[in-house]
Write a protein that binds this ligand. Structure first.
Ligand SMILES: *[C@@H]1O[C@H](CO)[C@@H](O)[C@H](O)[C@H]1NC(C)=O
Ligand SMILES: *[C@@H]1O[C@H](CO)[C@@H](O)[C@H](O)[C@H]1NC(C)=O
Length: 186
């Protein structure tokens, strides 16, 4: 499992001929797991495995059976957070959008402690209107739920009929209920 996101803040001017301005939220973010036992810096775009690897908290996840040793990473919930300033005067702009070019996968997005949107599909771009929430100085939090626990939850909630298979053959060492989440199978 990988958590990847890229954010772009787009501002559209009151004058329709005015070019939209944008401010990228790429760069250093802060990452923490559900119970706060791990807190570390991480890059966006990027993912939790990469951040842990760069801090020597895990070894190469592609080496031998490390993917199985590091299964706990995909079973935990991870929050990305950051504080940022808008480098231009937002009062001059009619609309402000927060755009995720890519986000993997299940998350709640909070801006200045206000829930502004949710995501559950890795294969699309998300745009949230943040005109009434954005300030000159902001805090953003992206709370990812474990894709494994989300898929299991969705499967339990779906009682009308069976959607096989529940789990892959055990020899594959894969996760269950992949057909309940819109996410890359890696
Ligand atoms: C916190 O979460 C980590 C990773 O899931 C786990 O190994 C650890 O036991 C947890 N600590 C507490 C105090 O629950
Ligand atoms: C992750 O979040 C889900 C949904 O809120 C929750 O059911 C689960 O217990 C959480 N897992 C951890 C490790 O905190």
């Amino acid at each position: 499992m990988r958590l990847c996101l890229l954010l772009l803040l787009a501002l559209c001017g009151a004058d329709p001929t005015a070019a939209a301005r944008s401010h990228s939220l790429r760069g250093s973010w802060s990452i923490r797991n559900a119970n706060g036992s791990l807190e570390l810096p991480g890059e966006v775009p990027g993912c939790v495995h990469m951040a842990l690897f760069q801090r020597n908290l895990i070894q190469d996840p592609y080496y031998r059976f490390n993917d199985l040793n590091y299964r706990w990473i995909s079973l935990d919930n991870w929050t990305y957070s950051k504080e940022f300033q808008i480098p231009f005067d937002i009062s001059k702009w009619q609309k402000v959008h927060l755009i995720f070019e890519s986000i993997d996968t299940v998350s709640e997005v909070l801006l200045n402690n206000v829930l502004i949107g949710k995501t559950n599909n890795m294969f699309r771009r998300y745009t949230f209107d943040i005109t009434h929430v954005v300030k000159a100085l902001n805090s953003i939090e992206v709370r990812f739920q474990s894709p494994v626990s989300y898929a299991a939850q969705q499967s339990r909630a779906h009682t009308l009929y069976q959607v096989p298979p529940n789990c892959p053959p055990s020899v594959q060492e894969g996760e269950c209920h992949v057909n309940f989440i819109r996410k890359g199978a890696f």
